[in-house]
Write a protein that binds this ligand. Structure first.
Ligand SMILES: [Zn+2]
Length: 475
C-alpha cells in the first residue's frame, strides 16, 4: 500500500532582547556560570510579578507581519500547566486562545503553506543529566521565545527542510533573532502522520519529533518515521498520539511519552498580566520597520539588475549579501554582471570554505568593485585577483595598495614584453624549429616559458601577438 506523509512544524526562536521576557534579568545567558542570572520572577518565587518585555513582543509581531499574519489588537498571556523540574512555577507563561499573530503563510518555491499562529512564551530552565543526577540551570528560565506553528501542509522531508530554511532566512532578514540551530536560538519540532496516498482526510493521530538539532536531523527523522509508520499501518497496527525523540547516533526515533492533549495543560489567562493591547498605529509603525524581505529582494534583483534566477537566489541568500551587492552595483553600474559573478562565485566559495559570513570579513563593496575593474581593464590577471581576494577579506586593504605591495600588475610595457619574448625565442631554438615544422603545441610551450619569465603577470593576448610577429619575421 502507498502512504503519503502529512507534516507540520513548531519552531521556537529566541529573539535577541537585552532582558528576559517577564523580568529584568539579562537574556544573554550563553556561557554564563549556572544560576547566576536569576531573580524571584524567573525563579517563580511566591509574590513575584511578571511584566512583559516590549522588545520581545515587537519581535514576535514583526515576524507575524512578515509571514502575512493577522495581528490581533487584543492578545492574552495564559498559563500552560505541566509538572517538570525545568519549570519552577509549575506552569509556563505562553499564549493559547488569543496569540499576537494568526493565519499567515510561508511561501515556498512551488507552494505556500499555512502558518497557524506566531505567539510569545517564556523559555524553561536547562536540565543537565549527569549519571544518576540531574542538575538545573535557571539562567535560561524566562528567556523570551517566539513560537511559529504551521498547519500540516508539508508532504515530504525535502519540502519540510525548504520551509524551515525559508523561515530561518526571513527571521534573519528581520534581524529579530540569530536563529542558530547549533546554539539553540532556533529549535525545530515536526509532527508527522501518514495516510493512504490520494486521500484527503487528516489521520486520527500524530507523532511529534523533538531533539532535532540540524536540518539534516529534520530530514532524516521524517524519513525514518514515514517508514516506521507505513510499516505499522500495513501490518494492521494502529498508531497513537505520541512524542518521540531523535537519536542522532542510532538514526532512530525513540518514544518519550504519549502525547498530552491541549486540555491536559489546563490553560487559563495569566491573572498577573492584563491583556496586551496593540493600537492600529503601533502595528502600523512596526510594519514600517520591516525591511525588504528575501522574496521581494530576489524579484527586484532580477528586474533591476537583470540577474538570472539562480544568481538572484544566491545574492539574496542573506541580507548582508543583498545589501553588499546593492552598494557595489550603485558604485559601478557598468560592472553589475562582473560583480555578481565574483560574489556568487569566488567570494561565496571563500565564505563557505571558512564558514564565515560576509559581514564578519573586512571586504567592502568598494574594494570588490576596484578588484573587478582591475581585472576588466587588465591591470591584473583573473588568477592574481583570486589570489588577492583572501587578503582583502582578511585585512580590508584596497586592491590598488595590494597590487603595489606585491608588484603584481600586468606587464604592459611593450618594450619589456618584446625583450622577454626575444630572449625566450633565442633560448629555445628547438621549440622554435618544432613550431616552424608545424607542431603547434610548441607555441604553448613558448608562451608558458614567457609567462614564467614574467612571473605570470603578462597579458596573454599581447604576448601571443608579439611572439607570432617575431616568429614570422624569423623566417
Ligand atoms: Zn529574572
Amino acid at each position: 500500500m502507498n502512504f503519503e506523509p502529512v507534516i507540520g512544524f513548531e519552531v521556537h526562536v529566541e529573539p535577541t532582547t537585552q532582558s528576559k521576557m517577564f523580568c529584568r534579568c539579562s537574556a544573554q545567558y550563553f556561557g554564563a556560570p549556572p544560576n547566576t542570572i536569576t531573580c524571584p520572577i524567573c525563579l517563580g518565587l511566591p509574590g513575584a510579578l511578571p511584566v512583559p518585555n516590549r522588545v520581545g513582543i515587537e519581535a514576535c509581531v514583526k515576524l507575524g507581519i512578515a509571514l502575512g499574519c493577522q495581528i490581533n489588537e487584543r492578545s492574552l498571556f495564559e498559563r500552560k500547566h505541566y509538572f517538570y523540574p525545568d519549570l519552577p512555577k509549575g506552569f509556563q507563561i505562553s499564549q493559547y486562545k488569543s496569540p499576537f499573530c494568526t493565519n499567515g503563510v510561508l511561501k515556498l518555491n512551488k507552494k505556500s503553506i499555512r502558518v497557524n499562529r506566531v505567539h510569545m512564551e517564556e523559555d524553561t530552565a536547562k536540565l543537565l543529566h549527569q549519571g544518576t543526577e540531574t542538575l538545573i540551570d535557571f539562567n535560561r528560565s524566562g528567556v523570551p521565545l517566539i513560537e511559529v506553528v504551521s498547519d500540516p501542509d508539508l508532504r515530504s522531508p525535502d519540502e519540510t527542510k525548504e520551509a524551515l530554511v525559508k523561515l530561518q532566512q526571513i527571521i534573519r532578514y528581520l534581524n529579530v533573532s540569530f536563529a542558530d540551530m547549533e546554539k539553540g536560538t532556533m529549535r525545530c519540532e515536526v509532527n508527522i502522520s501518514v495516510r493512504k496516498a490520494g486521500t484527503n482526510v487528516l489521520p486520527p493521530y500524530r507523532v511529534e519529533i523533538k531533539n532535532l538539532n540540524s536540518f539534516r536531523a529534520v530530514e532524516d527523522s521524517i524519513r525514518y518515521e514515514i517508514n516506521r509508520q507505513s510499516k505499522a499501518l500495513s501490518a494492521g497496527e494502529s498508531l497513537n498520539q505520541e512524542t518521540r525523540g531523535w537519536d542522532e547516533h542510532k538514526k532512530v526515533t525513540v518514544i518519550q511519552r504519549s502525547k498530552e492533549e491541549a486540555h491536559d495543560y489546563r490553560y487559563f489567562p495569566e491573572p498577573d498580566i492584563p491583556p496586551v493591547l496593540l493600537s492600529k498605529d503601533e502595528i502600523k509603525s512596526i510594519r514600517k520597520s520591516i525591511p525588504e524581505l528575501p522574496d521581494d529582494a530576489r524579484a527586484r534583483f532580477i528586474e533591476q539588475y537583470k540577474l538570472t534566477d539562480a544568481d538572484a537566489n544566491l545574492l539574496t541568500e542573506t541580507k548582508d549579501m543583498a545589501d553588499f551587492f546593492d552598494e557595489a552595483a550603485t558604485l559601478a553600474p557598468d560592472q553589475i554582471r562582473a560583480v555578481s559573478v565574483w560574489m556568487s562565485g569566488e567570494v561565496r566559495r571563500r565564505l563557505n570554505e571558512k564558514n564565515l559570513t560576509l559581514v564578519s570579513t573586512k571586504l567592502a563593496p568598494a574594494a570588490l568593485v576596484e578588484l573587478v575593474t582591475f581585472v576588466n581593464d587588465k591591470t591584473i590577471t583573473p588568477a592574481t585577483a583570486k589570489e588577492l581576494l583572501p587578503e582583502m577579506m582578511e585585512s580590508g586593504i584596497m586592491p590598488q595598495k595590494l597590487v603595489e605591495q606585491h608588484g603584481v600588475s600586468v606587464v604592459r610595457d611593450t618594450g619589456q614584453l618584446d625583450e622577454v619574448v626575444r630572449k625566450v625565442v633565442e633560448q629555445n631554438a628547438k621549440a622554435v624549429a618544432d613550431y616552424k615544422a608545424g607542431k603547434t603545441q610548441a607555441l604553448s610551450f613558448l608562451l608558458g616559458q614567457i609567462q614564467r619569465e614574467l612571473k605570470g603577470q603578462g597579458d596573454t593576448g599581447r604576448i601571443k601577438k608579439i611572439l607570432l610577429q617575431i616568429l614570422t619575421h624569423l623566417a
